[in-house]
Design a protein around this ligand. Sequence first.
Ligand code: NAP
Length: 561
Amino acid sequence: MPHVITQSCCSDGSCVYACPVNCIHPSPDEPGFATAEMLYIDPVACVDCGACVSACPVGAIAPDSKLTEQQLPFVELNAAFYPERPAGVKLPPTSKLAPVLPAPQVRRAGGDLTVAVVGSGPAGIYAADELLTQKGVRVNVFDKLPTPFGLVRAGVAPDHQHTKGVTRLFERISSHPRFTFYLNVEVGHHVHHEELLQHHHAVLYTVGAPHDRRLDIPGMELPGARTATETVAWINGHPDFAGLPVDLGHERVVVIGNGNVALDVARILTADPDELARTDISNAALSALRSSGVREVVIAARRRPVDSAFTLPELIGLTSTAEVVLDADDHALVQEDLATATDAVTAAKLEILAKLPVASDRIDRRRIRLAYRLTPHRVLGTERVDGIEFRCTGTEDPVQFEAGLLLTSIGYRGAPIAGLPFDESAAVVPNRDGRVIDPVTGTPIAGAYVAGWIKRGPTGFIGTNKSCSMQTVSNLVDDFNAGLLGDPDARPALLDKLVRSRQPDVVDARGWRAIDAAETARGDAEGRVRVKFTDVSEMVAVAAAAPEPPLARRLLAGLLR
Ligand code: NAP
Protein backbone atom coordinates (compact mmCIF):
# COMPACT_ATOMS: atom_id res chain seq x y z
CA MET A 1 0.00 0.00 0.00
CA PRO A 2 2.48 2.69 -1.08
CA HIS A 3 1.70 6.35 -0.73
CA VAL A 4 0.97 8.52 -3.74
CA ILE A 5 1.47 12.24 -4.44
CA THR A 6 -1.55 13.79 -6.13
CA GLN A 7 -2.59 16.92 -8.00
CA SER A 8 -2.11 19.57 -5.35
CA CYS A 9 1.63 18.82 -4.91
CA CYS A 10 3.20 22.20 -4.12
CA SER A 11 6.81 21.01 -4.58
CA ASP A 12 8.09 22.58 -1.37
CA GLY A 13 10.00 19.35 -0.67
CA SER A 14 8.88 18.97 2.98
CA CYS A 15 7.95 15.35 2.20
CA VAL A 16 11.42 14.67 0.82
CA TYR A 17 13.07 15.51 4.13
CA ALA A 18 10.43 13.66 6.16
CA CYS A 19 10.84 10.40 4.23
CA PRO A 20 13.05 7.96 6.16
CA VAL A 21 13.95 5.88 3.06
CA ASN A 22 14.60 8.65 0.51
CA CYS A 23 11.89 7.46 -1.87
CA ILE A 24 10.56 10.87 -2.99
CA HIS A 25 12.16 12.54 -5.97
CA PRO A 26 13.35 14.75 -7.50
CA SER A 27 14.68 16.19 -4.24
CA PRO A 28 15.57 19.91 -4.11
CA ASP A 29 19.27 19.15 -4.66
CA GLU A 30 18.65 16.99 -7.76
CA PRO A 31 18.97 18.46 -11.24
CA GLY A 32 15.37 17.76 -12.30
CA PHE A 33 13.82 19.57 -9.32
CA ALA A 34 13.58 23.04 -10.89
CA THR A 35 11.65 21.81 -13.93
CA ALA A 36 9.65 18.96 -12.36
CA GLU A 37 5.87 19.38 -12.57
CA MET A 38 5.46 17.61 -9.20
CA LEU A 39 7.29 15.20 -6.89
CA TYR A 40 6.86 11.44 -7.09
CA ILE A 41 6.93 8.55 -4.58
CA ASP A 42 8.73 5.37 -5.63
CA PRO A 43 6.10 2.66 -4.94
CA VAL A 44 8.74 -0.05 -4.65
CA ALA A 45 10.83 1.76 -2.04
CA CYS A 46 7.96 3.35 -0.04
CA VAL A 47 7.67 1.72 3.42
CA ASP A 48 4.23 3.17 3.95
CA CYS A 49 5.13 4.96 7.18
CA GLY A 50 3.05 8.05 6.39
CA ALA A 51 5.74 10.53 7.49
CA CYS A 52 5.30 12.35 4.18
CA VAL A 53 1.55 12.75 4.81
CA SER A 54 2.17 14.68 8.01
CA ALA A 55 4.90 16.77 6.41
CA CYS A 56 2.93 17.78 3.29
CA PRO A 57 1.47 21.27 3.81
CA VAL A 58 -1.26 20.86 1.18
CA GLY A 59 -2.67 17.39 1.89
CA ALA A 60 -1.46 16.08 -1.47
CA ILE A 61 -0.33 12.64 -0.25
CA ALA A 62 -2.46 9.60 0.54
CA PRO A 63 -2.05 5.82 0.64
CA ASP A 64 -3.06 4.28 -2.71
CA SER A 65 -6.00 2.54 -1.04
CA LYS A 66 -7.52 5.87 -0.01
CA LEU A 67 -7.46 7.72 -3.32
CA THR A 68 -10.60 9.11 -4.88
CA GLU A 69 -11.62 8.01 -8.37
CA GLN A 70 -10.19 11.27 -9.76
CA GLN A 71 -6.83 10.67 -8.06
CA LEU A 72 -6.28 7.13 -9.42
CA PRO A 73 -4.22 8.29 -12.46
CA PHE A 74 -1.59 9.54 -9.98
CA VAL A 75 -0.73 5.93 -8.97
CA GLU A 76 0.65 5.31 -12.46
CA LEU A 77 2.12 8.80 -12.68
CA ASN A 78 4.18 8.38 -9.48
CA ALA A 79 5.38 4.91 -10.53
CA ALA A 80 6.26 6.04 -14.07
CA PHE A 81 8.91 8.43 -12.73
CA TYR A 82 11.03 5.45 -11.65
CA PRO A 83 12.58 2.80 -13.91
CA GLU A 84 10.56 -0.39 -14.38
CA ARG A 85 11.87 -3.24 -12.32
CA PRO A 86 10.54 -6.39 -10.67
CA ALA A 87 8.51 -5.91 -7.49
CA GLY A 88 10.69 -5.60 -4.41
CA VAL A 89 13.87 -4.62 -6.29
CA LYS A 90 14.97 -1.29 -4.88
CA LEU A 91 16.92 1.30 -6.81
CA PRO A 92 20.61 1.45 -6.01
CA PRO A 93 20.80 4.21 -3.41
CA THR A 94 22.11 7.49 -4.78
CA SER A 95 22.50 8.63 -1.20
CA LYS A 96 21.30 7.15 2.06
CA LEU A 97 18.85 9.96 2.77
CA ALA A 98 17.99 13.16 0.98
CA PRO A 99 20.68 15.59 2.06
CA VAL A 100 19.32 18.15 4.47
CA LEU A 101 20.39 21.57 3.24
CA PRO A 102 22.43 23.25 5.98
CA ALA A 103 20.44 25.96 7.75
CA PRO A 104 22.14 29.35 7.62
CA GLN A 105 24.07 29.94 10.84
CA VAL A 106 24.13 33.42 12.31
CA ARG A 107 27.62 33.61 13.78
CA ARG A 108 28.31 37.32 14.16
CA ALA A 109 28.53 38.43 17.72
CA GLY A 110 27.08 41.69 19.00
CA GLY A 111 23.45 42.23 18.18
CA ASP A 112 20.54 40.45 16.58
CA LEU A 113 19.92 40.22 12.88
CA THR A 114 16.76 42.09 11.88
CA VAL A 115 15.25 41.70 8.44
CA ALA A 116 12.35 43.45 6.73
CA VAL A 117 10.52 41.15 4.34
CA VAL A 118 8.37 43.03 1.84
CA GLY A 119 5.50 40.85 0.59
CA SER A 120 3.71 38.16 2.62
CA GLY A 121 3.17 35.58 -0.13
CA PRO A 122 4.81 32.15 -0.14
CA ALA A 123 8.35 33.43 -0.89
CA GLY A 124 8.17 35.94 1.99
CA ILE A 125 6.77 33.47 4.51
CA TYR A 126 9.23 30.72 3.55
CA ALA A 127 12.06 33.28 3.88
CA ALA A 128 10.82 34.31 7.33
CA ASP A 129 10.63 30.65 8.34
CA GLU A 130 14.21 30.07 7.27
CA LEU A 131 15.46 33.19 9.07
CA LEU A 132 13.62 32.31 12.26
CA THR A 133 15.37 28.95 12.54
CA GLN A 134 18.17 31.07 14.09
CA LYS A 135 18.17 32.45 17.60
CA GLY A 136 18.04 36.21 17.88
CA VAL A 137 16.78 36.90 14.35
CA ARG A 138 13.77 39.19 14.10
CA VAL A 139 11.61 39.44 11.00
CA ASN A 140 9.13 42.19 10.17
CA VAL A 141 6.85 41.29 7.25
CA PHE A 142 5.16 44.10 5.32
CA ASP A 143 2.26 43.76 2.89
CA LYS A 144 0.18 46.42 1.20
CA LEU A 145 -3.03 44.42 1.72
CA PRO A 146 -4.60 44.00 5.17
CA THR A 147 -4.57 40.21 4.55
CA PRO A 148 -1.42 38.10 4.13
CA PHE A 149 -0.31 35.15 1.95
CA GLY A 150 -0.35 36.75 -1.52
CA LEU A 151 -1.38 34.48 -4.36
CA VAL A 152 -2.42 31.68 -1.99
CA ARG A 153 -5.36 33.90 -1.04
CA ALA A 154 -5.80 35.83 -4.28
CA GLY A 155 -4.44 33.57 -7.02
CA VAL A 156 -5.10 29.91 -6.22
CA ALA A 157 -8.45 28.95 -7.75
CA PRO A 158 -11.24 28.51 -5.15
CA ASP A 159 -11.91 24.91 -6.19
CA HIS A 160 -8.31 24.07 -5.17
CA GLN A 161 -8.90 24.29 -1.41
CA HIS A 162 -6.27 21.60 -0.76
CA THR A 163 -3.65 23.95 -2.16
CA LYS A 164 -4.94 26.81 -0.02
CA GLY A 165 -4.35 24.48 2.95
CA VAL A 166 -0.73 25.68 2.89
CA THR A 167 -2.00 28.68 4.87
CA ARG A 168 -2.07 26.42 7.96
CA LEU A 169 1.72 26.17 7.65
CA PHE A 170 1.99 29.91 6.99
CA GLU A 171 -0.11 30.68 10.08
CA ARG A 172 2.23 28.55 12.16
CA ILE A 173 5.29 30.35 10.80
CA SER A 174 3.76 33.78 11.34
CA SER A 175 2.86 32.95 14.96
CA HIS A 176 6.56 32.85 15.86
CA PRO A 177 7.23 35.33 18.68
CA ARG A 178 9.97 37.06 16.66
CA PHE A 179 7.74 37.48 13.57
CA THR A 180 5.79 40.75 13.23
CA PHE A 181 3.19 41.59 10.60
CA TYR A 182 2.84 45.13 9.24
CA LEU A 183 -0.17 44.62 6.95
CA ASN A 184 -1.96 47.36 5.02
CA VAL A 185 1.42 49.12 4.74
CA GLU A 186 2.80 49.85 1.29
CA VAL A 187 6.57 50.02 1.06
CA GLY A 188 7.43 52.79 -1.38
CA HIS A 189 4.38 54.78 -0.26
CA HIS A 190 3.99 54.69 3.53
CA VAL A 191 7.62 53.78 4.23
CA HIS A 192 10.62 53.76 1.93
CA HIS A 193 13.52 51.43 1.26
CA GLU A 194 16.08 53.71 2.92
CA GLU A 195 13.88 54.05 6.02
CA LEU A 196 13.53 50.28 6.28
CA LEU A 197 17.30 49.97 6.02
CA GLN A 198 17.66 52.40 8.93
CA HIS A 199 15.66 49.95 11.05
CA HIS A 200 16.92 46.61 9.70
CA HIS A 201 20.17 45.01 8.58
CA ALA A 202 18.54 43.97 5.31
CA VAL A 203 15.39 44.37 3.24
CA LEU A 204 14.26 41.25 1.39
CA TYR A 205 11.71 41.87 -1.36
CA THR A 206 9.30 39.02 -2.11
CA VAL A 207 6.74 41.09 -3.99
CA GLY A 208 6.03 38.61 -6.78
CA ALA A 209 5.04 39.68 -10.28
CA PRO A 210 1.98 41.91 -9.84
CA HIS A 211 1.28 42.72 -13.49
CA ASP A 212 0.36 40.75 -16.60
CA ARG A 213 2.27 40.40 -19.80
CA ARG A 214 0.28 42.46 -22.32
CA LEU A 215 -0.85 41.16 -25.70
CA ASP A 216 -0.17 43.78 -28.33
CA ILE A 217 -2.85 43.24 -31.00
CA PRO A 218 -5.49 45.69 -32.31
CA GLY A 219 -8.69 45.84 -30.28
CA MET A 220 -7.35 44.84 -26.88
CA GLU A 221 -8.68 48.13 -25.48
CA LEU A 222 -12.32 47.13 -26.21
CA PRO A 223 -14.67 46.29 -23.33
CA GLY A 224 -14.77 42.51 -23.00
CA ALA A 225 -10.99 42.08 -23.42
CA ARG A 226 -9.11 41.59 -20.19
CA THR A 227 -6.54 39.40 -18.51
CA ALA A 228 -7.05 36.00 -16.96
CA THR A 229 -5.01 36.96 -13.91
CA GLU A 230 -7.23 39.93 -13.04
CA THR A 231 -10.23 37.66 -13.58
CA VAL A 232 -8.72 35.14 -11.14
CA ALA A 233 -8.18 38.01 -8.67
CA TRP A 234 -11.88 38.98 -9.10
CA ILE A 235 -12.93 35.36 -8.56
CA ASN A 236 -10.84 35.34 -5.38
CA GLY A 237 -12.19 38.65 -4.03
CA HIS A 238 -8.94 40.67 -4.21
CA PRO A 239 -9.99 44.18 -3.09
CA ASP A 240 -8.36 45.87 -6.12
CA PHE A 241 -10.45 43.73 -8.51
CA ALA A 242 -13.66 43.17 -6.54
CA GLY A 243 -15.67 45.49 -8.76
CA LEU A 244 -14.30 44.25 -12.10
CA PRO A 245 -17.07 44.29 -14.72
CA VAL A 246 -16.85 40.68 -15.99
CA ASP A 247 -19.61 40.08 -18.52
CA LEU A 248 -20.56 36.40 -18.70
CA GLY A 249 -23.67 37.05 -20.79
CA HIS A 250 -22.23 35.54 -23.99
CA GLU A 251 -21.96 31.91 -25.09
CA ARG A 252 -18.23 31.76 -25.64
CA VAL A 253 -15.10 32.92 -23.81
CA VAL A 254 -11.71 32.68 -25.51
CA VAL A 255 -8.60 32.38 -23.34
CA ILE A 256 -5.26 33.07 -25.04
CA GLY A 257 -2.35 30.96 -23.76
CA ASN A 258 -2.60 27.48 -22.23
CA GLY A 259 -0.65 27.60 -18.94
CA ASN A 260 -2.11 26.53 -15.60
CA VAL A 261 -3.72 29.95 -15.09
CA ALA A 262 -5.71 29.46 -18.33
CA LEU A 263 -6.86 26.05 -17.05
CA ASP A 264 -7.84 27.56 -13.68
CA VAL A 265 -10.00 30.27 -15.20
CA ALA A 266 -11.58 27.95 -17.79
CA ARG A 267 -12.43 25.41 -15.08
CA ILE A 268 -14.08 28.03 -12.87
CA LEU A 269 -16.06 29.55 -15.77
CA THR A 270 -17.51 26.13 -16.67
CA ALA A 271 -17.92 24.75 -13.12
CA ASP A 272 -21.19 24.06 -11.34
CA PRO A 273 -21.86 27.19 -9.24
CA ASP A 274 -23.42 25.04 -6.50
CA GLU A 275 -20.06 23.29 -6.07
CA LEU A 276 -18.22 26.61 -6.01
CA ALA A 277 -20.70 27.97 -3.47
CA ARG A 278 -19.02 25.82 -0.80
CA THR A 279 -15.64 27.48 -1.38
CA ASP A 280 -14.23 30.93 -0.60
CA ILE A 281 -15.07 32.31 -4.08
CA SER A 282 -16.14 35.97 -3.98
CA ASN A 283 -19.86 36.65 -3.81
CA ALA A 284 -19.64 38.85 -6.92
CA ALA A 285 -18.07 36.06 -8.98
CA LEU A 286 -20.48 33.47 -7.62
CA SER A 287 -23.53 35.49 -8.53
CA ALA A 288 -22.12 36.25 -12.02
CA LEU A 289 -21.49 32.52 -12.52
CA ARG A 290 -25.02 31.66 -11.40
CA SER A 291 -26.48 33.78 -14.18
CA SER A 292 -23.74 33.03 -16.70
CA GLY A 293 -24.62 32.35 -20.34
CA VAL A 294 -21.19 30.83 -21.07
CA ARG A 295 -21.40 27.45 -22.81
CA GLU A 296 -17.85 27.07 -24.10
CA VAL A 297 -14.40 28.28 -23.09
CA VAL A 298 -11.80 27.94 -25.84
CA ILE A 299 -8.19 27.77 -24.61
CA ALA A 300 -6.12 28.84 -27.60
CA ALA A 301 -2.38 28.10 -27.80
CA ARG A 302 -0.09 29.43 -30.49
CA ARG A 303 2.03 26.29 -30.62
CA ARG A 304 1.39 22.56 -30.91
CA PRO A 305 -0.01 20.09 -28.35
CA VAL A 306 3.52 18.92 -27.51
CA ASP A 307 4.33 22.50 -26.39
CA SER A 308 1.35 22.85 -24.04
CA ALA A 309 2.31 25.01 -21.07
CA PHE A 310 -0.10 23.40 -18.59
CA THR A 311 1.30 20.70 -16.30
CA LEU A 312 0.29 17.05 -16.34
CA PRO A 313 -1.23 17.05 -12.82
CA GLU A 314 -3.43 20.02 -13.77
CA LEU A 315 -4.47 18.37 -17.06
CA ILE A 316 -5.44 15.22 -15.14
CA GLY A 317 -7.40 17.38 -12.69
CA LEU A 318 -9.12 19.29 -15.50
CA THR A 319 -10.15 16.28 -17.54
CA SER A 320 -11.51 14.48 -14.49
CA THR A 321 -13.77 17.36 -13.48
CA ALA A 322 -14.81 19.14 -16.70
CA GLU A 323 -15.99 18.28 -20.20
CA VAL A 324 -12.89 18.90 -22.34
CA VAL A 325 -12.93 18.51 -26.13
CA LEU A 326 -10.52 18.85 -29.05
CA ASP A 327 -11.16 19.61 -32.74
CA ALA A 328 -10.48 16.83 -35.27
CA ASP A 329 -7.56 18.84 -36.75
CA ASP A 330 -6.00 19.17 -33.33
CA HIS A 331 -6.42 15.43 -32.75
CA ALA A 332 -4.30 14.91 -35.88
CA LEU A 333 -1.60 17.17 -34.40
CA VAL A 334 -1.70 15.18 -31.14
CA GLN A 335 -1.11 11.95 -33.07
CA GLU A 336 1.87 13.49 -34.92
CA ASP A 337 3.33 14.76 -31.64
CA LEU A 338 2.80 11.41 -29.91
CA ALA A 339 4.93 9.74 -32.57
CA THR A 340 7.89 11.96 -31.70
CA ALA A 341 7.43 12.61 -27.95
CA THR A 342 10.70 12.05 -26.15
CA ASP A 343 9.89 12.33 -22.43
CA ALA A 344 7.39 10.42 -20.31
CA VAL A 345 5.54 13.47 -18.92
CA THR A 346 4.95 14.96 -22.38
CA ALA A 347 3.85 11.57 -23.74
CA ALA A 348 1.41 11.16 -20.83
CA LYS A 349 -0.08 14.62 -21.54
CA LEU A 350 -0.48 13.75 -25.22
CA GLU A 351 -2.10 10.42 -24.41
CA ILE A 352 -4.71 12.21 -22.32
CA LEU A 353 -5.33 14.69 -25.15
CA ALA A 354 -5.65 11.81 -27.64
CA LYS A 355 -8.51 10.35 -25.59
CA LEU A 356 -10.56 13.57 -25.48
CA PRO A 357 -13.86 13.59 -27.37
CA VAL A 358 -13.88 15.35 -30.74
CA ALA A 359 -15.59 18.75 -30.48
CA SER A 360 -19.02 18.50 -32.11
CA ASP A 361 -21.11 21.50 -33.09
CA ARG A 362 -23.70 20.63 -30.46
CA ILE A 363 -22.79 21.63 -26.95
CA ASP A 364 -24.60 19.36 -24.49
CA ARG A 365 -23.10 20.75 -21.33
CA ARG A 366 -20.63 23.53 -20.58
CA ARG A 367 -17.31 22.56 -22.05
CA ILE A 368 -13.69 23.56 -22.50
CA ARG A 369 -12.15 23.32 -25.97
CA LEU A 370 -8.38 23.08 -26.21
CA ALA A 371 -7.19 24.55 -29.51
CA TYR A 372 -3.71 24.71 -31.07
CA ARG A 373 -1.59 26.60 -33.58
CA LEU A 374 -3.59 29.81 -33.18
CA THR A 375 -1.58 33.04 -33.13
CA PRO A 376 -3.74 35.99 -31.98
CA HIS A 377 -4.08 38.57 -34.77
CA ARG A 378 -6.85 41.07 -33.95
CA VAL A 379 -9.89 41.51 -31.73
CA LEU A 380 -13.21 41.64 -33.62
CA GLY A 381 -15.82 44.26 -32.71
CA THR A 382 -16.21 48.02 -32.64
CA GLU A 383 -18.13 48.95 -29.47
CA ARG A 384 -17.06 45.86 -27.55
CA VAL A 385 -15.48 42.48 -28.15
CA ASP A 386 -17.44 40.34 -30.63
CA GLY A 387 -14.73 37.78 -31.20
CA ILE A 388 -11.12 37.26 -32.16
CA GLU A 389 -9.21 36.48 -35.32
CA PHE A 390 -6.19 34.20 -35.10
CA ARG A 391 -3.76 33.26 -37.85
CA CYS A 392 -3.10 29.55 -38.06
CA THR A 393 0.55 29.23 -37.03
CA GLY A 394 2.43 27.98 -40.06
CA THR A 395 -0.21 28.53 -42.81
CA GLU A 396 -1.26 32.10 -41.82
CA ASP A 397 -4.88 31.20 -42.66
CA PRO A 398 -7.33 33.37 -40.68
CA VAL A 399 -9.39 31.56 -38.03
CA GLN A 400 -12.20 33.45 -36.32
CA PHE A 401 -14.12 32.73 -33.10
CA GLU A 402 -17.17 34.62 -31.94
CA ALA A 403 -16.78 35.45 -28.26
CA GLY A 404 -18.13 37.97 -25.75
CA LEU A 405 -15.16 37.76 -23.41
CA LEU A 406 -11.51 37.53 -24.31
CA LEU A 407 -8.97 36.71 -21.61
CA THR A 408 -5.24 36.86 -22.17
CA SER A 409 -3.37 34.36 -20.04
CA ILE A 410 0.14 34.82 -21.29
CA GLY A 411 2.02 35.08 -18.02
CA TYR A 412 2.66 37.48 -15.15
CA ARG A 413 5.19 40.32 -15.23
CA GLY A 414 7.29 41.80 -12.42
CA ALA A 415 7.15 45.55 -11.67
CA PRO A 416 10.01 47.90 -10.72
CA ILE A 417 10.64 48.51 -7.00
CA ALA A 418 11.36 52.09 -5.95
CA GLY A 419 15.05 52.51 -5.13
CA LEU A 420 16.21 49.27 -6.80
CA PRO A 421 17.41 48.55 -10.34
CA PHE A 422 15.08 46.70 -12.73
CA ASP A 423 15.76 44.48 -15.71
CA GLU A 424 13.00 45.52 -18.17
CA SER A 425 13.44 42.61 -20.53
CA ALA A 426 13.27 39.86 -17.91
CA ALA A 427 11.00 41.96 -15.64
CA VAL A 428 12.97 40.96 -12.54
CA VAL A 429 15.26 42.80 -10.14
CA PRO A 430 18.80 41.99 -11.30
CA ASN A 431 20.33 39.67 -8.73
CA ARG A 432 22.91 37.01 -8.11
CA ASP A 433 21.29 34.16 -6.14
CA GLY A 434 19.08 36.68 -4.36
CA ARG A 435 21.63 39.47 -3.77
CA VAL A 436 20.45 42.57 -5.66
CA ILE A 437 23.13 43.61 -8.13
CA ASP A 438 23.89 47.08 -9.48
CA PRO A 439 23.74 46.48 -13.25
CA VAL A 440 26.34 49.19 -13.94
CA THR A 441 29.05 48.07 -11.53
CA GLY A 442 28.01 44.43 -11.27
CA THR A 443 28.42 44.59 -7.49
CA PRO A 444 25.84 43.77 -4.79
CA ILE A 445 23.77 46.62 -3.38
CA ALA A 446 24.29 46.42 0.38
CA GLY A 447 21.26 45.26 2.34
CA ALA A 448 18.94 44.56 -0.66
CA TYR A 449 17.76 41.04 -1.46
CA VAL A 450 15.02 39.37 -3.51
CA ALA A 451 13.29 35.99 -3.55
CA GLY A 452 10.36 34.46 -5.42
CA TRP A 453 9.00 35.66 -8.77
CA ILE A 454 10.68 39.11 -8.57
CA LYS A 455 14.00 37.20 -8.34
CA ARG A 456 13.57 34.39 -10.86
CA GLY A 457 10.50 35.30 -12.97
CA PRO A 458 6.91 34.03 -12.82
CA THR A 459 7.34 30.26 -12.96
CA GLY A 460 6.91 27.32 -10.62
CA PHE A 461 4.57 26.33 -7.83
CA ILE A 462 3.96 27.58 -4.29
CA GLY A 463 6.63 25.32 -2.80
CA THR A 464 9.23 26.20 -5.43
CA ASN A 465 9.61 29.41 -3.44
CA LYS A 466 10.92 27.50 -0.44
CA SER A 467 14.26 26.54 -1.98
CA CYS A 468 14.40 29.92 -3.78
CA SER A 469 13.99 31.78 -0.46
CA MET A 470 16.42 29.47 1.33
CA GLN A 471 19.12 30.35 -1.19
CA THR A 472 18.57 34.09 -0.68
CA VAL A 473 18.47 33.78 3.12
CA SER A 474 21.66 31.75 3.11
CA ASN A 475 23.44 34.55 1.22
CA LEU A 476 21.93 37.25 3.42
CA VAL A 477 23.15 35.49 6.57
CA ASP A 478 26.62 35.01 5.02
CA ASP A 479 26.75 38.76 4.34
CA PHE A 480 25.66 39.52 7.90
CA ASN A 481 28.32 37.17 9.31
CA ALA A 482 30.93 38.79 7.07
CA GLY A 483 30.04 42.23 8.47
CA LEU A 484 28.81 43.49 5.10
CA LEU A 485 25.45 44.70 6.43
CA GLY A 486 25.38 48.01 8.23
CA ASP A 487 23.86 47.92 11.71
CA PRO A 488 20.48 49.64 11.90
CA ASP A 489 20.87 53.05 13.49
CA ALA A 490 17.47 53.17 15.15
CA ARG A 491 16.01 51.19 18.03
CA PRO A 492 13.51 48.49 16.91
CA ALA A 493 10.60 50.06 18.83
CA LEU A 494 10.98 53.21 16.74
CA LEU A 495 10.01 51.29 13.61
CA ASP A 496 6.59 50.64 15.08
CA LYS A 497 6.19 54.32 15.82
CA LEU A 498 7.31 55.32 12.33
CA VAL A 499 4.94 52.90 10.58
CA ARG A 500 1.97 53.89 12.71
CA SER A 501 2.64 57.58 12.14
CA ARG A 502 2.52 57.02 8.38
CA GLN A 503 -0.27 54.44 8.32
CA PRO A 504 -2.56 54.59 11.36
CA ASP A 505 -4.61 51.74 9.85
CA VAL A 506 -1.76 49.28 10.04
CA VAL A 507 -3.08 45.73 10.57
CA ASP A 508 -1.03 43.46 12.83
CA ALA A 509 -1.26 39.71 13.43
CA ARG A 510 -4.09 40.22 15.91
CA GLY A 511 -6.00 42.30 13.37
CA TRP A 512 -5.48 39.69 10.64
CA ARG A 513 -6.69 36.93 12.97
CA ALA A 514 -9.83 38.96 13.66
CA ILE A 515 -10.44 39.33 9.90
CA ASP A 516 -9.79 35.61 9.42
CA ALA A 517 -12.17 34.66 12.25
CA ALA A 518 -14.89 36.98 10.96
CA GLU A 519 -14.60 35.57 7.42
CA THR A 520 -14.77 31.97 8.57
CA ALA A 521 -17.72 32.76 10.87
CA ARG A 522 -19.54 34.30 7.89
CA GLY A 523 -18.66 31.14 5.94
CA ASP A 524 -19.94 28.84 8.71
CA ALA A 525 -23.27 30.61 8.64
CA GLU A 526 -23.63 29.80 4.91
CA GLY A 527 -22.00 26.34 4.79
CA ARG A 528 -18.93 27.78 3.08
CA VAL A 529 -15.19 27.68 3.76
CA ARG A 530 -15.21 31.44 4.33
CA VAL A 531 -16.92 34.53 2.98
CA LYS A 532 -14.18 37.02 2.21
CA PHE A 533 -14.23 40.73 2.83
CA THR A 534 -13.42 42.41 -0.45
CA ASP A 535 -13.28 45.97 0.80
CA VAL A 536 -10.17 47.27 2.58
CA SER A 537 -12.12 49.64 4.86
CA GLU A 538 -14.32 46.74 6.07
CA MET A 539 -11.20 44.68 6.80
CA VAL A 540 -9.57 47.56 8.67
CA ALA A 541 -12.71 48.10 10.78
CA VAL A 542 -12.83 44.41 11.75
CA ALA A 543 -9.10 44.43 12.59
CA ALA A 544 -9.45 47.61 14.67
CA ALA A 545 -12.25 46.06 16.72
CA ALA A 546 -10.10 43.05 17.67
CA PRO A 547 -9.88 42.82 21.47
CA GLU A 548 -6.53 43.60 23.08
CA PRO A 549 -4.80 40.50 24.47
CA PRO A 550 -4.53 40.40 28.28
CA LEU A 551 -1.69 42.46 29.76
CA ALA A 552 0.24 39.35 30.87
CA ARG A 553 0.28 37.97 27.32
CA ARG A 554 1.43 41.34 25.96
CA LEU A 555 4.25 41.51 28.46
CA LEU A 556 5.31 37.93 27.63
CA ALA A 557 5.24 38.65 23.88
CA GLY A 558 7.42 41.72 24.49
CA LEU A 559 9.92 39.62 26.42
CA LEU A 560 10.06 36.91 23.74
CA ARG A 561 10.74 39.46 21.01
P1 NAP B 1 2.76 30.14 -18.36
O1 NAP B 1 2.73 28.77 -17.79
O2 NAP B 1 4.07 30.77 -18.61
O3 NAP B 1 1.91 30.09 -19.72
C1 NAP B 1 1.85 31.21 -20.58
C2 NAP B 1 1.12 30.85 -21.85
O4 NAP B 1 1.00 32.04 -22.63
C3 NAP B 1 1.84 29.85 -22.74
O5 NAP B 1 0.90 29.00 -23.35
C4 NAP B 1 2.51 30.75 -23.78
O6 NAP B 1 2.72 30.14 -25.04
C5 NAP B 1 1.43 31.79 -23.96
N1 NAP B 1 1.90 33.03 -24.57
C6 NAP B 1 2.93 33.83 -24.16
N2 NAP B 1 3.03 34.90 -24.99
C7 NAP B 1 2.06 34.78 -25.91
C8 NAP B 1 1.65 35.56 -27.02
N3 NAP B 1 2.25 36.71 -27.33
N4 NAP B 1 0.62 35.12 -27.77
C9 NAP B 1 -0.02 33.96 -27.46
N5 NAP B 1 0.33 33.17 -26.43
C10 NAP B 1 1.35 33.58 -25.66
O7 NAP B 1 1.99 31.19 -17.44
P2 NAP B 1 0.78 31.06 -16.40
O8 NAP B 1 -0.30 30.18 -16.86
O9 NAP B 1 0.47 32.50 -16.11
O10 NAP B 1 1.45 30.41 -15.10
C11 NAP B 1 2.52 31.06 -14.38
C12 NAP B 1 3.16 30.04 -13.44
O11 NAP B 1 2.27 29.76 -12.37
C13 NAP B 1 3.47 28.71 -14.09
O12 NAP B 1 4.68 28.20 -13.62
C14 NAP B 1 2.33 27.84 -13.64
O13 NAP B 1 2.61 26.44 -13.63
C15 NAP B 1 2.09 28.36 -12.24
N6 NAP B 1 0.72 28.06 -11.82
C16 NAP B 1 0.50 26.85 -11.25
C17 NAP B 1 -0.77 26.50 -10.90
C18 NAP B 1 -1.01 25.15 -10.29
O14 NAP B 1 -0.10 24.41 -10.02
N7 NAP B 1 -2.25 24.78 -10.08
C19 NAP B 1 -1.85 27.35 -11.13
C20 NAP B 1 -1.59 28.59 -11.72
C21 NAP B 1 -0.30 28.93 -12.08
P3 NAP B 1 4.19 29.71 -25.51
O15 NAP B 1 4.47 28.48 -24.71
O16 NAP B 1 4.00 29.49 -26.95
O17 NAP B 1 5.10 30.87 -25.16
